[in-house]
Write a protein that binds this ligand. Structure first.
Ligand code: ADP
Ligand code: MG
Length: 996
């Protein structure tokens, strides 16, 4: 922590190296200090500051050296044993710490709390911060474009809640690790199947703090969906429960989160509520919507408790780590957590984790081409706030029509104002991550350069408002492009709102401009941070130190002349202060008034009365300079921190503007068009969802949904936003396709056609267009008329998904079960090769039954891509089912994929053609054709039997059973105990013959 003066190469005040020798004995004060600190943070890697290094000892050293790839040394002997040790230089520590945290470790940083100096035996050391994966905030620790969530989960039944319950749960939770009941992907709770769950999460770097509660059925499904989408870095749980009832950790590990267990009293509702009231400085929590949600409250309280414990900057008292009831009274650095938002899962279009993955919304599913996601295709945002908001919007598209339309109006407005839009984009690019800068201010870790960045970002705000053209601001010059003939003073209402939300914070700007030097050092503790002219006494003292250095230089000159020693030097070091150095050969010339200070090999060091006097003046002034600068900097930081709510509001508005500008630019560059929303179909979802457990808040439903009428879904010339771009990069063209779905004549499409024909792409592009539209983006289609969709489900047949190594037929089926149970009339269901994960006839039967069930149940709009040609028969059997196929052209023995979706079913699967293209030997191809011909003949017979005469409107029990009746009868009546193996074989042969 040396204080450096610009242009002065040496440290004037720097930490004294402590006598390292004291480490060698177990009873040394230093190691005693280490052990005392370590005891308070047993679960963290302890970084122990020793001079210019942070050292790790014992197991911590072993763990850290592996992760950081640094050499493990050993520190002499502790009680005759080697003490493993490794260290990182303090100036590069941030990088090392971030690697430890990213690897899922908690890191406690133990600082020297006082300047070492002559005579001090051992400096005071305290843990000033504990960094955990979920509480990391430093810029290097968090991904700029992602949120860094810390989540907490509270369980119990809403009716009882409270401490007793928690204890009972703790007692019954001993059977963790049991895999019982894990068939449904481990989602059943062994002890309390219907227990409600509270979830809270926070991003400490942005201040976003939200909570929700799940109750009723399928709570674990829904919790899992939510976690799958949030992907928290760290999850807080009460001891000793596991998140789900399967093996400990395995579930959260799937999300890449670290589990941290806290004592269960921390989750106690009343205590949590008190803590939240204290944190938000309110008397009651009513304003946050937490009332009546005890579990959400518990979870949120646990988060605040944990944050207070880990962020105890400078407090360093008993860090109880959840082991005792002592709470630190203040949440130092947590002032920006001044509110929480209660939300319901159904306030957004619901996208479960499987769908998010299958649609590749934010992560590529199979390959590692990170650009193959909707997020990367749509993210040309200019700011970190915008990028994070876009991500949130993608996984939580809106279901409120007014909100969607407000965004679309803004995008339309920006799209039409070409010049203003591009200027906005440029201006946004010059704005730094205000949200995170604000958090660094409130956390007390902001650097002087951060403050300058904050200042220059604020400077851009008037320009943003002007470019938006909000009323009250100077109207933007009318763009020269003829397209924008609208009156300059009437931007879309959403843009106007955003402009009003933005605050240029002139007070904060001027404080930084006056207080912070234009070219400050990187660290707040270094001197030179405060601008000249800000504080009179500081300026005076600086003059003294500057003069002091001149005086010393002048004295050096004078003494050389006086003594005749040309090599005489006056220098400074931390141990001895200022000294006059004379080399051995010149010692005879040393005058009598010099006092000897130190003897070196080649020289002697002296001081004199005059030098001592200068030294006193300079050092006192320098100390005062440092003191005043630190105080002023802290004051500046604190007064900015008080404006954090304004800064955050401004940052949020800029983030949203960024996303809207982004949408407008993309729409314009890629010829996207504004979607129209047809009759809201949400009313149906509320009114008649077939026992779905979907809880849409019917009372405060702002959508004004009309009962009964469902909207049509019509897309003309739709494209897949991601594949279109990938093809473009290869110089290929994407073939646009139309789609029509309604609730009567055509609500379920069966899509057939050759492998690689474009079926999956067609399916996904519909879902992506829906998602984009409900985010408020224009869509890749010539025209799109869409209903509001409450959920999108996407399921992919197991074999299509095998590459991920986790899909089995069982998973496929449980996912399909989820759809049948939860889809409503307002849902969009995509089934891609469902049934493929098992034997053909099996799979076909299941696929068939699934279509029937969807048709007889909620009748969500459904697209079903399949290679089972038999399914196309359903068009005749069920009203509302229609066949389409992806077309191919046969040119001689070649086939050409046209990628066009056309009415009717494909007549062949073309699998053999594809196999031929893939280079299967000609003999195999010929033989396959022969077998296919035979197969098709028998299939025709089968079809005749299945569709007797005109189709009944909704046959409840269509099955293949009739066909096999005699076989089944024979099987049923066979007495297996009486059959010899040979007889059994014979029976089998006969039955098989009947089937053929
Ligand atoms: P299927 O599901 O029928 O086997 P896919 O949908 O996976 O086929 O499509 C295979 C490939 O064909 C895609 O990766 C894409 O490159 C290309 N493709 C699909 N649809 C189109 C289209 N409409 N225009 C151009 N290329 C397409
Ligand atoms: Mg496919």
């Amino acid at each position: 922590m040396g204080i450096r003066f610009p242009g002065h190469e040496r440290s004037i005040i720097a930490p004294l190296p402590e006598p390292i020798g004291i480490v060698t004995e177990s009873t040394t004060p230093l190691m005693q200090q280490y052990h005392a600190v370590k005891k308070q943070h047993p679960a963290a890697l302890l970084l122990f500051r020793l001079g210019d290094f942070y050292e790790l000892f014992y197991d911590d050293a072993v763990v850290a050296s592996k992760i950081l790839q640094i050499t493990l040394t050993s520190r002499n002997k502790e009680k005759g044993q080697q003490v493993p040790m490794c260290g990182v230089p303090y100036h590069a520590a941030e990088n090392y710490i971030s690697r430890l945290v990213r690897a899922g470790h908690r890191v406690a940083i133990c600082e020297q709390m006082e300047e070492p100096g002559p005579g001090k035996k051992i400096v005071r050391r305290e843990v000033i911060r504990v960094l955990t994966p979920g509480t990391a905030t430093a810029a290097t620790l968090v991904q700029e474009k992602e949120n860094n969530f810390l989540a907490a989960i509270a369980r119990g039944s809403v009716a009882h809640g409270g401490r007793v319950k928690a204890q009972r749960m703790a007692a019954s939770g001993s059977g963790e690790g049991s895999t019982q009941g894990s068939l449904e992907m481990g989602l059943t709770v062994a002890s309390q199947p219907d227990a409600a769950i509270g979830l809270a999460y926070v991003d400490l770097s942005t201040g976003e703090f939200r909570a929700t509660e799940f109750s009723g059925g399928k709570v674990e499904f829904r919790l899992r969906d939510e976690l799958g989408i949030l992907r928290p870095r760290e999850i807080l749980l009460p001891k000793p429960r596991t998140l789900f009832s399967v093996a400990p950790s395995s579930e959260t590990n799937a999300f890449g989160a670290v589990e941290t267990r806290l004592e269960d009293w921390i989750f106690e509702t009343n205590q949590a509520a008190r803590l939240l009231e204290e944190q938000f400085r309110v008397a009651v929590l009513d304003g946050f919507g937490l009332v009546g949600h005890p579990l959400a409250t518990s979870a949120a309280g646990a988060i605040v408790h944990y944050l207070r414990e880990t962020s105890s900057i400078g407090a360093g008292k008993e860090s109880s780590n959840g082991t005792g009831p002592s709470l630190r009274p203040s949440g130092a650095g947590l002032e920006h957590l001044d509110r929480i938002t209660y939300y319901e899962q159904q306030e957004a279009m619901a996208l479960d984790a499987v769908t998010v993955r299958n649609l590749e919304l934010i992560e590529p599913s199979g390959g590692d081409d990170a650009s193959a996601t909707l997020l990367s295709a749509l993210d040309e945002t200019a700011t970190g706030m915008g990028a994070r908001l876009l991500r949130r919007w993608i996984i939580r598209p809106e279901i409120s029509l007014p909100e969607i339309e407000a965004r679309l109006d803004a995008v339309a407005d920006l799209k039409s104002r070409t010049v203003a839009r591009e200027e906005l984009y440029t201006a946004l690019g010059q704005i730094l991550d205000l949200e995170r800068l604000t958090s660094r201010v409130t956390l007390g870790i902001v650097s002087p350069r951060d403050l300058l960045a904050l200042k220059s970002s604020l400077e851009k705000i008037p320009q943003l408002r002007c470019l938006i053209g909000a009323a009250g601001d100077a109207p933007s010059p009318t763009p020269s492009s003829g397209a924008a003939t609208r009156p300059a003073a009437s931007p879309a209402p959403r843009l106007e709102n955003l402009a009003h939300e933005m605050d240029e914070l002139a007070d904060v700007h001027s404080l930084i401009a006056r207080g912070i030097d234009d070219d400050p050092p990187a660290l707040a503790n270094d001197s030179g941070v405060i601008r000249r002219g800000f504080h009179a006494e500081l300026d005076e003292l600086r003059d003294i130190t500057k003069q002091g250095r001149q005086i010393i230089a002048a004295m050096e000159d004078r003494e050389r002349k006086r003594t005749g020693i040309a090599s005489l030097k006056i220098r400074y070091n931390q141990v001895f202060g200022y000294y006059i150095e004379v080399t051995k050969p010149n010692l005879s010339l040393v005058p009598a008034d010099y006092e000897r200070k130190q003897t070196l090999v080649n020289a002697e060091r002296f001081t004199s009365g005059e030098l001592k006097e200068h030294e006193r003046k300079i050092l006192t002034a320098e100390e005062r300079v440092i003191e005043i600068e630190r105080r002023l900097y802290a004051e500046i930081r604190e007064s900015i921190a008080r404006e954090a709510p304004r800064l955050r509001r401004t940052a949020a508005a800029i983030g949203q503007l960024d996303v809207l500008v982004n949408f407008a630019r993309i729409a314009s560059a890629r010829h996207y068009n504004r979607p129209e929303f047809t009759e809201s179909s949400m009313g149906v979802a509320i009114g008649e969802s077939a026992g779905t457990g979907l809880k849409l808040p019917a009372t405060n439903d702002p959508r004004g949904a009309k009962q009964g009428k469902r909207g049509i879904l019509m897309i003309s010339s739709g494209r897949h936003p991601v594949i279109e771009r990938l093809l473009e990069q290869r110089g290929e063209r994407f073939v646009p396709n139309d789609l029509y779905l309604d609730d009567e004549t055509q609500c379920l499409l069966i899509i057939t056609g050759p492998n690689m024909g474009g079926k999956s792409t067609y399916l996904r592009q519909v879902a992506l267009i829906s998602v984009m539209a409900q985010m408020g983006s224009f869509v890749p289609a010539a025209q799109a008329r869409l209903p509001l969709v409450d959920r999108v489900f996407t399921r992919i047949g197991a074999s299509d998904n095998l590459a991920r190594g986790r899909s089995t037929f069982l998973v496929e089926m449980s996912e399909v079960a989820g759809i049948l149970n939860t889809a409503s009339a307002a849902s969009l269901v995509l089934l891609d090769e469902v049934g493929r994960g098992t034997a053909t006839f099996d799979g076909l039967s299941i696929a068939w039954a699934v279509v029937e069930a969807l048709h007889a149940g909620a009748r969500p709009r459904t697209l079903f891509a399949t290679h089972y040609h038999e399914l196309t028969e359903l068009e005749q059997l069920l009203s509302g089912v229609k066949n389409v196929h992806v077309s191919v052209q046969e040119a001689g023995s070649e086939i050409v994929f046209l990628r066009r979706v056309e009415p009717g079913s494909a007549d062949k699967s073309y699998g053999i053609e594809v196999a031929r293209l893939a280079g299967l030997p000609q003999a195999v191809i010929t033989r396959a054709r022969e077998i296919l011909r035979r197969h098709e003949q028998s299939e025709e017979k089968l079809t005749e039997e299945l569709s007797p005469g005109p189709a009944p409107p909704i046959p409840q029990q269509t099955s293949f059973a009739a066909l096999d009746a005699s076989v089944l009868d024979a099987l049923r009546s066979a007495d297996l105990n009486e059959l010899t193996p040979l007889e059994a074989l014979n029976l089998l042969a006969t039955l098989q013959k009947q089937l053929r």
